[in-house]
Write a protein that binds this ligand. Structure first.
Ligand SMILES: Nc1ncnc2c1ncn2[C@@H]1O[C@H](COP(=O)(O)OP(=O)(O)OP(=O)(O)O)[C@@H](O)[C@H]1O
Ligand SMILES: [Mg+2]
Length: 395
């Protein structure tokens, strides 16, 4: 068993002392500069010990909780400010051990020895693969808009179907917690929903979501909205965060279908998302409110994740694509044609449009969009030129 030692701090602090002690014990220490790199390293390393020191940008306890929830196999040594030492608090957020800013050589050595002992004891029990590392590169995609009735759920369901057809393990979180329709559009009556997960699972410290997923024959799994609108109050942004982290263990992609309200839950989902598909039509009121929505995302530094999707596009339009891009100050990623009554019929029957009418343009565009979201070039700024007049992959 080879242990990897990592050190992360947001305080520019020197690691000489810890490094020296480790060197004396023939171990080496890797300093991690960027927070994202912690996740990369821990995903790759089954026997990882992480010194976690934070005081300026992050709250060290919150950070520790996040890292330990995502990577339960990692041994975290939390380094807390002296005036803030709290062993109980540290243990509650998943730290394996605690040092303070002023810990001396003897104390650090003691903690290092304990960590080594723990890792070697655990290694003895590891003949069976008990460690659940997170699935690599799960993509979280929010489907959002500032206006209702605009095609979010239609796109969520069909994008999920396309991704499943392309071999991806797909989960949908129906974050329209009062009137969610994702299960309905798959013609599923969920036995259990996110509400049951919160009450029976989360509240009792059992975080796994798998039992609560409704499965469709396409392979798409749905964490359905509560059965009754009033139950929505039981769900918080913390629940959504935990659900996303749990789903990341099993799924390649998590789609989150939203309402138009910018609630705490919506905002948290956007923060957790890698991509935000912002749906618009080329009607002035929709463009106006989406502009405001984008301004808000900009102020929260989330606008870089946005990909603009024009829905119900038709050849007879008063406002050109160029004008839409000008108003929203963002290039069009895709344009979905208005497929008239056919879409309504597929919704009423509970069969995703893409399954029922795979050859029509709307299905083809969504299928292509699913591919582009996972292709390297699909995420670059330059790349796709217009393929047909309404297949506008420009980002
Ligand atoms: N490309 C399209 N072509 C034709 N009809 C469409 C298209 N996209 C959406 N629709 C229609 O618009 C209606 C609303 O779609 P959908 O329920 O997906 O919107 P939403 O944004 O999820 O709405 P809500 O605010 O209720 O959550 C549907 O009844 C559907 O028939
Ligand atoms: Mg909807």
């Amino acid at each position: 068993m080879s242990i990897k030692w990592y050190f992360y701090s947001d305080t520019n602090s020197r690691v000489d002392e810890i490094e020296l002690i480790l060197q004396k014990r023939s171990q080496s220490l890797t300093s991690i500069q960027k927070l994202d790199d912690i996740y990369v390293k821990l995903e790759q390393t089954p026997h990882a010990i992480l010194f976690l020191k934070a005081n300026t940008v992050y709250n060290v306890y919150d950070l520790c909780q996040e890292v330990s929830a995502l990577y339960p196999h990692a041994y975290i040594i939390l380094i807390a400010p002296d005036n803030n030492e709290n062993v109980k608090k540290a243990m509650h957020v998943g730290a394996s051990n605690l040092l303070t800013f002023s810990s001396h050589e003897e104390e650090i050595t003691e903690v290092i020895i304990q960590a080594q002992k723990f890792m070697s004891l655990r290694a003895k029990q590891e003949n069976t693969p008990v460690l659940q590392l997170t699935k690599k590169n799960t993509k979280v995609i929010s489907i959002s808009s500032s206006k209702g009735g605009i095609g979010r759920t239609m796109l969520t369901v069909n994008l999920a179907t396309a991704l499943a057809k392309q071999g991806k393990k797909v989960a949908i979180i129906d974050a329209n917690l009062q009137f969610g329709e994702v299960a309905l559009l798959f013609d599923i009556k969920p036995k259990l929903t996110i509400y049951d997960w919160v009450k029976e699972g989360y509240d009792r410290g059992l975080f796994s979501t798998e039992k609560y997923m409704s499965k469709h024959s396409t392979g798409v799994s749905i964490l359905a909205a509560p059965q009754r609108p009033e139950f929505f109050e039981a769900i918080t942004e913390q629940h959504i965060e935990t659900a996303v982290n749990e789903l990341k263990k099993y799924y390649d992609v998590i789609l989150i279908d939203h309402t138009s309200t910018l609630s705490e839950i919506h905002l948290k989902s956007l923060v957790l998302s890698d991509e935000i598909l912002l749906i618009t039509t080329n009607d002035i009121p929709v463009l106006r409110s989406n502009r405001l929505f984008l301004d808000t995302l900009q102020s929260l530094q989330l606008s870089g994740k946005v990909k603009l999707v024009l829905n119900r596009d038709s050849r007879k339009k008063a406002i050109s694509d160029k004008k839409v891009e000008e108003i929203l100050q963002i290039p069009l990623y895709a344009s979905l044609p208005d497929q008239g009554q056919q879409v309504a019929a597929s919704i009423n029957e509970g069969i995703p449009f893409l399954l029922k009418n795979s050859r029509v343009v709307l299905s083809k565009v969504i299928f292509q969009m699913a591919q582009k979201l996972f292709s390297e070039t699909g995420n670059r700024l330059e790349g796709y030129k217009k393929q047909k007049s309404w297949l506008a992959f420009s980002k």
